[in-house]
Design a protein around this ligand. Structure first.
Ligand SMILES: Cc1ncc(COP(=O)(O)O)c(C=O)c1O
Length: 407
């Protein structure tokens, strides 16, 4: 019998045991130990193709870039590249990786709060598709560096998103755009092509995507008043994990935004999305062992994966299952703590779980593909190995690292 766990087609049940993409969790942890990250190539590919297929229906000119920061393991980025998705990078490391992996330079974008001169020079030398600036200081640095290039570099402007209390980007105002127009007129090597508005992450409601698009389109018209015209509109990322955001919602986002673009009179714009979590979030599962239980006052269990490798601030839709007793009802609340000696190391409070939990049981944590490795901390436990299920085989794509790697 094969039954999906929490709606994820790669997590299935066979004889009271959880399987990941056809592989027994018991066998995997016997071979690799816990904690263990498991990724599925099949799920990464289906997330990529699903995203492209649905949104292509609404945007004849569509560019999708994978947000490397969600998970930058090279083998994962390579799979995504082969699905014809580009790279959205924020650091030198990510930019170098995208170049090394031979992403089409036109489909590599760089943008972020901190873009040191070295990073900008690397981007200019490699003639990447776009450098998106999010402050006038960054724009001035870029203008200084672009004096030495003999080609034209496309640039974008990231605006502060309409979400309350946001701070990253240039404030959308005619005054600012007039200043930018004036500054750019003295820099013939830079061409403004793109407006960038990333609203936030884990946006569950389609209406938020529409609000962001509406705000961005109003900004396009402000820019025109200031004498600036663009050909690309980058609406950022923010999509929940693919099993959480159903296809109907993705369709709704595409439909609403495409209608808005027509109504506002900009049907010629190329639309860019930069999903991270949607592509990799539910393609990654963390396996961890129960190392202790304490049911004296409240129901607490302790596992060998803490917030150091499963950061709760990453906002993932974590789902907890007992992999070796998967058929037991998961309906008794339990608190789940990691191995770090701090009260803050709590993965979940009152998560529905099984009743008869024992030491050495295996916990399977779904939706841990995005922002776990990239946003974890260096608490000196070993870093877990990462395995990729590829062509029906288990491939170790990152070996266990002893804490000495920190030094
Ligand atoms: C500019 C930008 N684009 C894309 C993303 C990816 O977001 P998500 O993983 O929520 O899709 C982020 C994440 O913070 C971002 O800052």
């Amino acid at each position: 019998m094969k039954t999906k766990i929490s709606g994820n087609p790669i997590a299935t049940i066979r004889q009271n045991e959880a399987y990941i993409d056809g592989f027994s969790t018991k066998k995997m942890i016997k071979e690799f130990g816990t904690p263990l990250f498991v990724y599925s190539e099949n799920k990464i590919r289906s997330n990529c193709s699903n995203f492209l297929q649905i949104l292509k229906k609404f945007f004849p000119k569509l560019l999708v870039l994978y947000s490397f920061k969600a998970n930058y393991l090279p083998q994962i980025c390579e799979i995504i590249k082969s699905e014809k998705i580009g790279a959205e990078t924020v650091t030198s490391f990510e930019l170098e990786l995208a170049i090394q992996l031979k992403f089409d330079p036109k489909k590599i974008h760089l943008g972020g709060v901190y873009l040191p001169e070295d990073t900008l020079k690397l981007a200019l030398q490699n003639r990447i598709g776009l450098i998106s600036v999010c402050s006038l200081t960054q724009l001035n640095t870029l203008i200084k560096l672009a004096k030495d290039i003999d080609n034209t570099q496309n640039i974008g402007i990231r605006i502060v998103s309409p979400k309350f209390d946001r701070r990253i980007g240039i404030v959308s105002s005619k005054d600012n755009f007039m200043k930018i127009n004036d500054t750019l007129s003295k820099s013939p090597n830079l061409k403004l092509t793109t407006l960038h508005s990333h609203y936030g992450t884990q946006m569950m409601k389609p209406s938020i995507f529409k609000d962001n698009a509406r705000y961005a389109l109003n900004t396009v018209s402000l820019m025109e008043e200031a004498g600036l015209s663009i050909r690309q509109l980058n609406l950022g990322g923010g999509f929940p994990e693919a099993t959480i955001m159903n296809n109907n919602n993705l369709e709704k986002i595409g439909k609403d935004i495409s209608e808005l673009i027509k109504v506002c009179g900009y049907p010629h714009l190329e639309i860019i999305f930069e999903p991270g979590r949607y592509i990799i979030g539910d393609a990654g599962i963390l396996l961890t062992s129960v190392i202790d239980v304490n049911f004296e006052n409240q129901r607490w269990i302790y596992v060998d994966a803490g917030t150091n490798i499963c950061p709760i601030w990453a906002n993932n839709n974590l789902r907890f299952f007992c992999a070796n007793k998967i058929n037991s009802p998961h309906n008794i609340p339990v608190n789940i703590a990691g191995p770090l000696p701090t009260y803050m190391d709590v993965l979940a409070k009152k998560a529905p779980f099984i009743k008869n939990i024992e030491i050495n049981d295996t916990l399977m944590i779904l939706n841990t593909g995005a922002y776990n490795l990239s946003w974890g901390t260096l608490f000196p436990f070993p870093q877990p190995p990462c395995i990729l299920i590829k062509n029906n085989q288990l491939v170790e794509i990152r070996s266990r690292k002893n804490p000495s790697f920190i030094l």
